[in-house]
Design a protein around this ligand. Sequence first.
Ligand SMILES: Cc1cc2nc3c(=O)[nH]c(=O)nc-3n(C[C@H](O)[C@H](O)[C@H](O)COP(=O)(O)OP(=O)(O)OC[C@H]3O[C@@H](n4cnc5c(N)ncnc54)[C@H](O)[C@@H]3O)c2cc1C
Length: 431
Amino acid sequence: MAEPFPLEPSLWAATAPAPAPTPPLDESTAADVCVIGAGYAGLSTALHLAERGVKTVVLEAYEPGWGGSGRNGGQVIPGLKYDPDELVEKFPERGEELVAFAGGTADAVFDLIARHKMDVPHVRAGWIQGAHTPDAIEAVRRRAEQWAKRGAAAEFLDKAATERHLGTAQYDAGWLDRRGGAIQPLAYARGLARAALEAGAAIHGQSRVTALARNGGRFTVTTERGAAVTAEKVVVCTNGYTGDLVPKLRQTVIAPNSFQIATRPLSDNIRKSILPEGQVSSDIRKLLLYFRLDHAGRFIMGGRGPFREPESAADWAHLERVVGKMFPQLKGEPIEHRWCGRVALTRDFLPHLHEPEPGLLVDIGCMGRGVGLQTAMGQRMADYVATGDKRALPFPLVPIRPLPFHPLHKAYVSAIVAWHRMTDGGVKAAA
Ligand SMILES: Cc1cc2nc3c(=O)[nH]c(=O)nc-3n(C[C@H](O)[C@H](O)[C@H](O)COP(=O)(O)OP(=O)(O)OC[C@H]3O[C@@H](n4cnc5c(N)ncnc54)[C@H](O)[C@@H]3O)c2cc1C
């Protein structure tokens, strides 16, 4: 596998507060629970376990937030890829419970930031999903109605209202979900790490796990330097950066990079013309485009790029073209940061929880929307690990089922990407 793109070129690494120290694991140790991977899922699990008094050790290959959690768009979006009514249909027994969980995932983030007084630039002004075709308009109308029916502050936006909120005439309609908002994602990952440490968890960066074995009633989790953690239970939270620790797990997802670019802070005049009320936005396309301003007024645009790891600035050029078309006032604005990170996509577009053997819990498949989801999932996984009560888990535990012909998926996804580029409805140049 190619070495993944580093964290440092990201806007977030350039602007986040310093991390709490998380030294490598130098000596073997014992714990009740060992968590592998320090993204939102692993850190939230560790925080909530430690708050229950469970002795928890987190092992991370690089540093907390190094994966998707430190690189994402920072758009806090409640809900899953499915609409509430679809979820109820898919999960007849616990559908409304799952809808309530999904609808509360943004609360989980903003509550934790407030409760732990995290140093995280954030604003909770809502999330807007733009629609660009007649079918897409009906889809966002349905979505807004279904959430509003369940008490969420959600509203359909007609073309004029969408344009007024977004600052681009690109979309024919949209919906505004006021539960959503924006965070500095790496600051949030570091905030979670700090909170977990303060609650009593141990976190070790630069401690890639290279082997996971059961010896009698306990697991031995060995790191690349040789030191190991023995633990009664293990939680694997490696998502788009999953390797071969758990047999066949990597083959259950495809893990393409999502690409982003950021300008320098915009002048006040230009800033006021884009997302003037502070919302964040991602659209309904299959290859979705997402954009926002950061706390200093930089414009950030994200979207799909090549499947392979990027090789030069040219791999982000398509996003620069999109920015110029959607927001002509930004044409020629210098791009100061270009970065990307891996998301994990499952075959049914749902996150997957696995328990390949008792005591080993796996969470994978964020579907590119995991700021709220993985935070809330961590809370629930901690409840389950501490109590053994399966009802704490929002999703059923499912068997690990590799995607057929997994090695061919790169070629397959590249073809699908090319297809969607043609059929998704191109980005229109502004009038
Ligand atoms: C570019 C991009 C933009 C996105 N935008 C948004 C957005 O705006 N809103 C949203 O809701 N979601 C977004 N997402 C998705 C979101 O970032 C993820 O869903 C979320 O961060 C996943 O968290 P996680 O803890 O599951 O995994 P990650 O944060 O990816 O963490 C996995 C960790 O596991 C570690 N690891 C892997 N193998 C090992 C090992 N053997 N030993 C030790 N550690 C290991 C990795 O180093 C990594 O730190 C985006 C993702 C990307 C990449």
